[in-house]
Design a binder for this molecule. Sequence first.
Ligand SMILES: N[C@@H](CCC(=O)N[C@@H](CS)C(=O)NCC(=O)O)C(=O)O
Length: 250
Amino acid sequence: MASSVMKVLGGELSLFTARARLALELRGVPYELVEEPLGPRKSDRLLAANPVYGKIPVLLLPDGRAICESAVIVQYLHEDATLHSHSHSQSAISSRLLPDDPYERAMHRFWTTFVDDRFWPALDTVSLGPTREARAKALVDARAALQILEKDAFHFQGRRNSEHLVFFFSGSEEPGLLDVALGCFLPAIRACERLHGIVLVDASATPLLQRWSDRFAEQPAARTVLPETDKVVHFTKFLQDKFGVHLSAE
Ligand SMILES: N[C@@H](CCC(=O)N[C@@H](CS)C(=O)NCC(=O)O)C(=O)O
C-alpha cells in the first residue's frame, strides 16, 4: 500500500538533505527520512528516483513521484498549496519559504545559486582539497564568498535588517529559501573552523552573518535537523581519510 507521508531519501549528515528537511520542518509537513547507504554503491531505489545525478536528497511524494535537487525541493514545498492540509502544526501553516514580491523571489534564487556555486564548493575544498595549495586557495575563496554574502546578500532586505526589525534573508520572522540554503551549511562552517583552528563567521569578520546564524540556529527546525558540529568534524575526518587528505603530513 502506498505510504501517505512524504519520504526524503537522504542522510543524517548530508547537509543538502538538511536543506530539504529544514523546509519540511518549517512548513510543518510530516515526512520520513530514509537513510541511503554511504559509499560508491548507490541503492536501486536512489538510482530509480534520481537517475540523472544519483544524489541525495530526493523528495518522494506520497504517490511515488520524485523531486530532486535540494533548492528545487524547497521551492516545491513553498508552491504546493495542498501541503496545508497535511501540516501537523498550526503555527507552521503560515510559514512561507519565498516572499510574495517577484523581485525578492528572484533575489532568493540568485543568492541560493551563489551559495551552491561559489560558497559551498570552496568550503568543502578547505577540508577535502587534494593539495595544500588547493585547500589554501579554497579558504581565500570561502572567505571572499562570505564577505560578498555579508555585504550584498542582506542588501535586498537591507533597510529592514539594518534596523534589526527582522533578521532573516526572508525579510520576515520566519526563515525562507535563502536562509535554509545557507543555514544548512552552518554545521560545516563550524566544523571547518574547529578542524583548522580558523574563524569564518564571527562578530568581527562577518557581524551580520554572525547575528543571522545565531538566530537561525535557535529555530526549532534547525535544532531538529542540523547535525552537531562534532559529528560533522568526525565525518569530515572520515572523508579526509577516504580521499587520502592528510593535513599534518604535508
Ligand atoms: N545539487 C545537489 C547536491 C546534492 C549532493 O551533493 N548530495 C551529496 C550528499 S550531501 C551526494 O549525494 N553525494 C554523492 C555523490 O555525489 O555521488 C542538491 O542541491 O541536492
